[in-house]
Design a protein around this ligand. Structure first.
Ligand code: NAP
Length: 252
């Protein structure tokens, strides 16, 4: 028996057009799920849809800004009306701004909190409403090791605060919805090689790998099995957990 099979499951991935979201979307489809790609970059999202369809799974690109309650509600309704149900919600879209706190404008602060925290709330709420009604589902939120530690040398107070809040929001929803058979967990990646990190200055990147006991950044592919575990009935008693995948960064 393949405990990790996602045959007959439907999923969406926010921020699914690129980076971690794209890789995990392909991983979910590779294990049998139909996966909607939810993003603001429709060109890149459509390319991921083609890759998933080539694997023999259903997919669709949905334009949705996770900070818009209307966009989020329309996105979830479209999946339910076209596919009949929503089993797995991967709320993953996020941004990082590296600005010293004394210079960070209030608009910059609000932008990070809006996408990283409010976006996770809005998507979790919309998915949770559907899942409560259908008496089951799995929500996985992308937090970060930055919700546990303060990264150096780069300043990113809004990002760190948003990710710590995502971890606590996840626990709160897990407790509220446990009796509805809706599980809510988060993952906290360490440094993962995507556009978000690879565009950083070389001095930062070499400091990050020096500080990581594993001695390197993770690859997005190395998050797939963590998500498969949380997405699947294999983790039926796991809810409210933050799964840290960081090459032991937060151990020291
Ligand atoms: P990425 O490569 O920049 O991908 C993020 C995706 O989210 C992009 O396609 C982006 O579109 C989309 N997006 C941004 N704002 C959005 C919005 N308002 N609504 C919908 N989609 C939006 O980043 P990543 O590295 O894969 O990061 C994915 C998640 O992992 C984020 O939550 C990040 O904080 C978290 N994370 C990353 C790392 C890391 O080391 N990479 C570590 C820990 C946690 P555009 O590109 O068009 O803006």
């Amino acid at each position: 028996m393949n405990n990790f099979s996602l045959e007959n499951k439907t999923a969406y991935v926010t921020g699914g057009a690129k980076g971690i979201g794209k890789t995990v979307a392909l991983g979910l489809a590779g294990n049998g799920a139909d996966v909607a790609i939810v993003d603001i970059d429709m060109d890149a999202a459509s390319e991921v849809v083609k890759e998933i369809e080539a694997m023999g799974r259903r997919s669709m690109a949905i334009s949705c800004d996770v900070t818009s309650a209307d966009d989020v509600e329309t996105m979830v309704n479209r999946i339910v009306s076209e596919w009949g149900k929503l089993d797995i919600a991967f709320n993953n879209a996020g941004i990082c701004l590296n600005v010293p706190s004394e210079d960070l404008t209030y608009d910059q602060w609000k932008k990070v909190i809006d996408i990283n925290l409010n976006g996770v709330f809005l998507t979790s709420q919309a998915a949770g409403r559907v899942m409560i009604k259908q008496k089951g589902g799995v929500i996985i939120n992308t937090a970060s090791m930055s919700g546990h530690i303060v990264n150096v040398p780069q300043p990113q107070s809004a990002y760190n605060a948003s990710k710590a809040a995502v971890i606590m929001l996840t626990k709160s929803l897990a407790v509220e919805w446990v009796n509805h058979n809706v599980r809510v967990n988060s993952i906290s990646p360490g440094y993962i090689a995507t556009e978000m990190t690879l565009s950083a200055p070389e001095e930062w990147k070499s400091r990050w790998t020096d500080l990581t006991p594993a001695g390197r950044m993770g690859k997005p592919e190395e998050l797939i099995s963590a998500i498969l575990y949380l997405a699947n009935d294999a983790s039926s008693y796991t809810t409210g957990m933050d799964l840290v995948v960081d090459g032991a960064f937060t151990c020291i």
